[in-house]
Design a protein around this ligand. Structure first.
Ligand code: FES
Length: 236
């Protein structure tokens, strides 16, 4: 039996990778990430299964306010299990998320087996593009990350929650470098084609309240944008 896999649920956990790695090592386990970092959960499950693990326990860790619903952990693990060819280990998933690394042991006292066939482990929503009005692209490239884009992202998530805007209103996406690195942290709002620079947490909150809710871009942080005149391929 291998130690547990601590699964970082969001980019906030990616930023605290060292803490996760230390916590996993204390329990004889390893670390994986649901998104935005390696090893991805599916890759870690494959590595452990190929190494002969017969039973794997997963515990989702959410050290910030950015995590998707806990059900994503089960969904992604179940998808891997269904797709896995050959011998498949038993997978158990802790029934709740750990909000601190030192809470993992307590959270692990209650786990549930995953078979990959339970109802509800996939979603019709995965088939469709969401109905969002705006897509907000938050740069997590190297310069923007060094300039604190994760704090801006956190402020934006909290402001979206405060204004009760969900994925069907605003789809928040993390990106690699968006190019104007000297303006870091950079955020762009589509389809409005509005770009912002030096987006600190108060500015992120203002973008939500003024632009996404009230429809008025935050002029003080807006970046000039010169669109190419070249005719692109027609989008059908
Ligand atoms: S790293 Fe964000 S724009 Fe380049």
């Amino acid at each position: 039996m291998t130690g547990p896999v601590l699964v970082g649920m969001s980019v906030a956990d990616v930023d605290r990778r060292d803490e996760l790695v230390r916590g996993a090592a204390d329990l004889g386990g390893t670390v994986a990430f649901l998104q935005m970092a390696d090893p991805a959960l599916a890759a870690e499950l494959t590595r452990l299964a190929d190494a002969g693990a017969r039973a794997i326990t997963l515990v989702g860790v959410s050290l910030g306010p950015l995590a998707p619903a806990h059900s994503w952990l089960r969904r992604i693990a179940a998808h891997w299990w269904r797709e896995r060819a050959g011998e498949r280990p038993e997978i158990r998933v802790a029934t709740r998320l750990a909000d601190r690394v030192d809470a993992v042991v307590d959270v692990l006292t209650e786990t549930r087996a995953l078979t990959g066939t339970e109802p509800g482990l996939t979603s019709a929503a995965w088939e469709e593009v969401s109905a969002h009005r705006h897509q907000v692209l938050v740069c997590r490239g190297p310069r923007c990350t060094a300039k604190g884009s994760v704090d801006s992202l956190r402020a934006m998530v909290l402001a979206l929650m405060e204004h009760r805007l969900g994925d069907d209103d605003v789809l928040l996406v993390h990106t690699g470098c968006q190019f104007p690195c000297n303006q870091a942290p950079v955020v762009s709002v589509q389809p409005d084609d509005v770009w912002y620079g030096r987006v600190d947490p108060p500015t992120a909150a203002a973008i939500v309240a003024d632009h996404l809710v009230a429809g008025r871009p935050v002029e003080g942080h807006r970046l000039a944008r010169r669109a190419s005149m070249a005719t692109g391929a027609e989008v059908r």
